[in-house]
Design a protein around this ligand. Sequence first.
Ligand SMILES: [Zn+2]
Length: 148
Amino acid sequence: MSKISPEENKLDSTFGHWVKLQHSDFQGNAKCCTCGRYYSWDKLQAGHYRNRFDKATKYDERNVHPQCIQCNYFKSGAQVNHAEFINRKYGAGVSQELDRKAKMGVCQRKRYDFIFMENEYADKIRELLPSKSPEIQLKMKQYKRRKK
Ligand SMILES: [Zn+2]
């Protein structure tokens, strides 16, 4: 497995938090996108339809949804079910669009891109927090302050 930079790692963490909070309710409960069971957001993972090694779709918001460990890890992402979920949610053919996008090949991001994107998703989390429970707000307090 190739190493990723600290900047990409930080973006992955922030993007993953955003994915889980974005799709969860006030208490932080969200459905696994592939089996439909409810879990607390901190028990869920950010599951990729096209896997994270496809750089072009790695941060496409239509490609990543809360997923339980059973589906994401033990069922290797339950990709067929994830495709069905995506096509229900965003419209017929979107999973195929992501397939094409993933195969477009080279997608090079520089250090600055990761920093820029991480800031964007930290801002998006900060905007989401008022609609979440005090427990979640406390847990995510590192995102509360706007970064300079
Ligand atoms: Zn599941």
